[in-house]
Design a protein around this ligand. Structure first.
Ligand code: ATP
Ligand code: MG
Length: 801
């Protein structure tokens, strides 16, 4: 068995190209990622490259995980052949498992495959203590990684507490954005000062200065730092740079079109050891391999720059030779989509001017026409989408919910779709909702763990010092924080000074002593315990779990389940990383992004933004909200180059589909919580070749559907065969807000546990809890087929039954 099997000639050339630079450019679904994966296997299996010499960059953590799995299988199959002379499929499962374990031990665990952030965070764990900051700040190897929410709360603290500014006029979110922007330009506070003016500018610079200091004082880095510090470190320290340059002899990057300047600098420093790329000629036993598609560059708002892709050959290529094909391979066949889908996507992207035309031929049959549906409004659209899914399910025995993806331009669009899915009882997952790691209980427990590793992390300390409640007063904490500031030491050093604390006396002192004892105790056990056990210990010894148990509400129960899931995440991390430790687990938790949701195996519909769909594929794809101002977005309407980026996004979305593509748009939509607005079909629809689209479908009447739904709720009619098709829209339907107000019961109504209610979206349910009283009452309602919902009866569209 060769690693070249299952590849076409051009892919083979890319895989077999052993040394030097190579650029692989090709359209969507042409097997770029597949070629990259096989190339790694080939380097190891054929050229004897040491796995620890390979660095491969993926766009998401999930893609990294999939790539490792795929590699493991490829290499295990090869081993089966050479050891037993037997094809993989004929080996008993036990032996297959043994081989995979062996490959894992010897190969995959040595590989550095991950996102830019994950890889360079890992590198900093080795060398950050040797980093010389321009302003003299320092970090240790135990550094914490602050996610966006942590970073924002730190900025807010500086703005409101230290600078005593009004957060309404000087918005922390905006300042945080300005700081991040400055960091991405590589500007220090004094350099930012040269760019801004006025009082606001001055305050931004001051906040930036303090923010940097605060991060260092907490021994913490934000996401921007994870790339910037490595660049600066590799630039300033020749010895360290040489080490990593010598170590990573083969560098591979997927989705290179969405690389930004900082990421490019990192690749350049590693590959060329700081020399100018065009003069770097020593490729013996080395390579740099990047793959991408300029037509799929969709992250310019995060400073991605696809001219980097286009400049690759000039940067790394062999200047002496005129033959540019030596350093570039093109793939021209698409293996993913039907020819109908592909032709439509190609026709669409041909409208862009900022591009190099390329060939992308279909290898699959024609398939079915693309379906275009026009609906009255977003609710009718959601109903139409979900109804279509049910029809497909009924018509095709092999249909799986996991085959379906609904893609949209903005996160907010998921709500309408979700409500329809719930009503039709279809399992689904929203990629990019509230991140698992953003939930309160998860952040609390992670803060404990961070504190154990990095006691200087004051943000984490403050998060948990009184959670669960230990009676530590606010003023006491403030006094201690002031003392720490004055002494220039971390708050933990003050808090853990038992003598000083005892002298405070009172309840606070008792609470503080208890807390320190807890942390010291946990720290002792953290030496010889694995992350999953540490999480258990933190939850138990801190009293967090027992508090949730005492609370005994459904919400507390859900939090407890989430914490159990955190233990599972740690177990999974331990499985994937043999030398697992708490720092490593915390880094992986901090870097887990919304597109990484773990169980793709579950059979459910995927809902996600077009941006997160990059690199993925699904048999059935629904692209909703194809309207001017939504997609393409409002902001791109009078700017040619943003419009082209939106078109690339549409190209990405369409090319996710393997078998069928469904497009829809509404004639009226409520946008950003505002009024209902008439909507015009997207320009992109007009750019699709007519013969490929089955359009002109009868409209699905939103109003009629709404009425039906109400009827259903009350009479429990099965809706599946109750769909009505109506021609023409009806205006003057009551808005949701109006209906809501009408739906709410008279004020002062008493809600009683055990009573039944009906909700306009969730159907019938039973009240399981009431909280508060009078005007402030909230209720928990258990609806059939889903978890309990906490509702404010004055706002929720519910009625007693
Ligand atoms: P994207 O631009 O969307 O990231 P890509 O170029 O990375 O796409 P892949 O995801 O590698 O494309 O491949 C697309 C599909 O085609 C996958 O299902 C893959 O298994 C299949 N494929 C790739 N190469 C071949 C081949 N030579 N023969 C058959 N199938 C292939
Ligand atoms: Mg790909």
């Amino acid at each position: 068995m060769s690693f070249l099997a299952g590849l076409n000639d051009a892919q083979r050339r890319a895989v077999d190209h052993h040394e030097g630079p190579l650029l692989l450019v090709a359209g969507a679904g042409s097997g770029k990622t597949r070629a990259l994966t096989h190339r790694i296997a080939h380097l190891i299996g054929e050229h004897g490259a040491d796995p620890s010499q390979i660095l491969a960059v993926t766009f998401t953590n999930k893609a990294a995980r999939e790539m490792k799995e795929r590699l493991e299988l490829l290499l295990a199959q090869r081993l089966a052949q050479s050891q037993f002379g037997q094809p993989w499929s004929t080996l008993p499962p036990v032996e297959q498992r043994q081989l995979r374990t062996r490959i894992y031990r010897e190969v995959t665990k040595e590989l550095w495959i991950g996102t830019f952030h994950a890889l360079f965070a890992r590198m900093l764990r080795y060398d950050i203590d040797k980093f010389k900051d321009k302003e003299g700040l320092t970090w240790t190897k135990q550094f914490s990684i602050y996610d966006e929410a942590d970073a924002q709360s730190l900025v807010k603290e500086i703005v409101t507490q230290e600078l005593q500014l009004d957060p309404k006029r000087f918005e922390p979110k905006k300042v945080r954005w300005a700081i991040s922007n400055a960091k991405n330009q590589g500007w220090f506070p004094d350099q930012l000062a040269a760019q801004v003016d006025g009082q606001r500018g001055k305050l931004t610079v001051e906040t930036y200065r303090r923010y940097r200091k605060a991060l260092a004082a907490n021994n913490a880095l934000d996401f921007d730092d994870l790339l910037l510090l490595p660049v600066q470190l590799l630039q300033q320290n020749e010895q360290i740079r040489r080490y990593w340059h010598n170590r990573f002899r083969h560098v591979l990057v997927d989705e290179y079109q969405d690389t930004n300047r900082t990421q490019y600098e990192l690749i350049k420093l590693l590959v060329t050891d700081g020399r100018e790329p065009e003069t770097f000629e020593d490729w013996q036993g080395r390579s740099v391999f990047v793959v991408g598609d300029a037509d799929q560059s969709i992250y310019s708002f995060r400073a991605a720059d696809f001219t980097i892709l286009m400049g690759f050959q000039d940067d790394f290529g062999d200047k002496a030779s005129d033959d540019s094909t030596r350093t570039m391979v093109k793939l021209e066949e698409n293996y993913r989509s039907t020819s109908t889908i592909l032709e439509a996507a190609n026709a669409l992207i041909a409208n862009n001017t900022e591009r190099i035309d390329k060939v992308l031929r279909a290898t699959r049959g024609e398939g079915e026409l693309i379906t275009l549906t026009r609906c009255d409004d977003e609710i009718a659209e959601a109903e139409a989408v979900v109804h279509r899914m049910r029809m497909l399910e009924a018509a095709h025995p092999e249909f799986r919910w996991g085959d379906v993806a609904v893609l949209y331009r903005t996160n907010a669009q998921s709500r309408a779709i979700e409500e329809s899915l719930v009503r039709w009882r279809i399992p689904y997952i929203v990629v990019g909702g509230l991140r698992f790691y953003d939930r309160r209980e998860i952040k609390d427990v992670l803060a404990y763990l961070r504190l154990l590793v990095n006691p200087a992390d004051t943000v984490s300390l403050l998060r948990v010092i009184n959670v669960p409640k230990r009676g530590i007063g606010k003023t006491t904490l403030q006094r201690l924080a002031d003392a720490a500031n004055q002494l220039g030491i971390p708050l933990w050093d003050v808090v853990s000074d038992a003598e000083a604390v005892r002298s405070l006396g009172g309840r606070s002192a008792k609470g503080l002593l208890q807390f320190c004892e807890l942390i010291n105790d946990l720290q002792c056990s953290s030496q010889d315990q694995i992350p999953s056990e540490m999480i258990q210990q933190v939850m138990e010894k801190s009293g967090y779990i027992s508090e949730l148990i005492t609370e005994a509400t459904d919400e507390a129960e859900e939090r407890r389940r989430n914490l159990q899931e955190l233990v599972n995440a740690a177990l999974q991390y331990q499985e994937e990383n043999e030398e697992s430790n708490l720092e490593g687990f915390l880094a992986s938790a901090a870097l887990a992004s919304d597109a990484d949701s773990k169980d793709t195996a579950a059979d459910r519909v995927t809902l996600m933004t077009l941006h997160s769909s990059k690199g993925l594929e699904f048999p059935l794809v629904f692209l909703v909200g194809m309207e001017q101002g939504l997609f393409p977005s409002y902001r791109s309407l009078d700017d040619q180059s943003s419009l082209e980026e939106e078109r690339r996004l549409c190209y990405v979305g369409m090319t996710r589909a393997k078998e069928r593509l469904f497009l829809s748009h509404a004639s009226e939509r409520r946008l950003w919580g505002g009024m209902r607005q008439p909507a015009v079909p997207s320009l992109f629809l007009a750019e699709l070749p007519e013969g490929l689209v089955q359009g002109d479908l009868p409209q699905i009447g939103g109003v009629a559907l709404r009425r039906e739904r109400r009827l259903d709720r009350l009479t429990r009619v099965d809706r599946a065969d109750n769909q009505r098709i109506k021609v023409g829209g009806v205006s003057g339907a009551p808005s949701n807000a109006v209906r809501r107000r009408q739906a709410g019961p008279a004020p002062g109504k008493a809600w009683v546990v055990g009573d039944r209610v009906v909700h306009s979206s969730f159907g019938e349910g039973e009240i399981t809890h009431t909280f508060g009283s009078g005007e402030k009452v909230s209720i928990a309602v258990k609806f059939a087929g889903m978890g309990p919902k906490i509702l404010d009866p004055r706002l929720a569209p519910i009625e007693p039954l």
